[in-house]
Design a protein around this ligand. Structure first.
Ligand SMILES: Nc1ncnc2c1ncn2[C@@H]1O[C@H](COP(=O)(O)OP(=O)(O)OP(=O)(O)O)[C@@H](O)[C@H]1O
Length: 309
């Protein structure tokens, strides 16, 4: 379990992480999403004790990273797959990590097998492809059999096989009951991997919800009523319930903030005649773009987004 409470980081006068409070629960994959520069890596670095919070705290199983007795056995992370010494072979790299953390040597061959590098364990890491380097980074993260794992943009630059392998690995780590936090700036990727989504923009929390709810909340409902008077009645009641209603041509109302079931039940209760009731197929990508539209640090001018806030 990862717990963030009011986590804040300033670099000079810039507030890069801003009062983040959320939990990352075990047994599921939590996607950590945000545009480039949103503060995802900085947040992960603070969880791992690599950066010191300006205020607030980041805890793993209730303790700060610095207080963990055997950090590698409690938290594993892949922040930058290229951080391996290029002259060392994969096995020696992992053996050095294991020995300095009181992990038995035998575990090295186990994790090399898990990540599919057993056959190239004697090769210099510097000669590894990006995908092999990523696997080696993951082997290091798994070495101490930790209950909590953090991956920063793990599929960047990988081929489709590598991407699929990483997805399956994350899912199986979560199924084993571990806490898995994975960052990405791509919703399309998280859609296929994550159960829960935490979205940040400019260091602030924008959403923390199960993937399913994330879409449901953002879907517009289209309802068509042939009778103008009945249309007004329904619009009046929906607005009264706090939903946004927009009138379109063809006798259609577009309702946001509600569900097909809710709008249908209300119309039924009011005895109104409907000619159509559908929900928009808003993709998670659209929901995400809408949520972060004002939070992009380096937006293209053509996108028409606000430059500052
Ligand atoms: N050591 C540092 N000194 C000053 N500014 C920094 C430092 N590290 C990060 N930043 C700034 O903090 C902001 C957040 O960076 P961070 O790398 O955490 O974002 P991110 O969400 O991980 O982005 P990306 O998806 O591009 O990796 C950026 O504006 C970045 O330039």
């Amino acid at each position: 379990m990862i717990t963030l409470r009011g986590l804040t980081k300033h670099y000079g006068r810039k507030r890069v992480v801003d009062e983040l409070t959320f939990d990352v629960a075990p047994g599921r994959v939590t996607g950590f999403l945000g545009p480039n520069g949103a503060g995802k890596s900085t947040t992960m670095r603070m969880v791992l004790g690599l950066d010191r919070p300006t205020s607030g705290e980041a805890l793993v199983d209730g303790r700060r990273y610095a207080e963990l007795r055997h950090p590698l056995r409690e938290v594993g992370a892949v922040l930058d797959a290229r951080s391996v010494h290029p002259g060392r072979d994969a096995r020696r790299h992992l053996l050095a990590m294991a020995r300095s953390n009181g992990i038995p040597d035998a575990r090295v061959d186990e994790v090399l097998g898990t990540v599919g590098l057993a056959d190239v364990a004697g090769k210099r890491a510097g000669a590894f492809s990006l995908g092999m380097g990523q696997r080696l980074g993951i082997a290091g993260a798994l070495l101490g059999d930790p209950g909590t794992l953090l991956f920063d943009e793990p599929v960047n630059g990988l081929d489709p096989d590598g991407v699929r392998w990483i997805r399956q690995l994350m899912r199986s780590l979560a199924t084993e009951g571990r806490t898995v936090l994975v960052s990405s700036h791509l919703m399309s990727e998280m859609q296929l991997t994550a159960d829960q989504l935490v979205v940040i923009g400019r260091g602030r929390l924008l959403a923390d919800a199960p993937v399913t709810e994330f879409v449901a909340d953002d879907r517009a409902v289209h309802v068509r009523l042939p009778d103008p008077g009945e249309r007004q009645t329904l619009a009046h009641h929906l607005t009264g319930e706090g939903l946004a209603v927009e009138e379109r041509g063809g006798g259609e109302l577009v309702v946001t903030g509600g569900t097909v079931e809710g709008v249908g039940d209300l119309a039924h209760a009011l005895g109104l005649r409907l000619h159509g009731l559908t929900a928009d197929a808003v993709s998670l990508e659209q929901a995400y773009l809408r949520l972060t539209a004002n939070e992009v640090e380096y937006a293209a001018p053509a996108a028409g987004r606000r430059a500052g806030r």
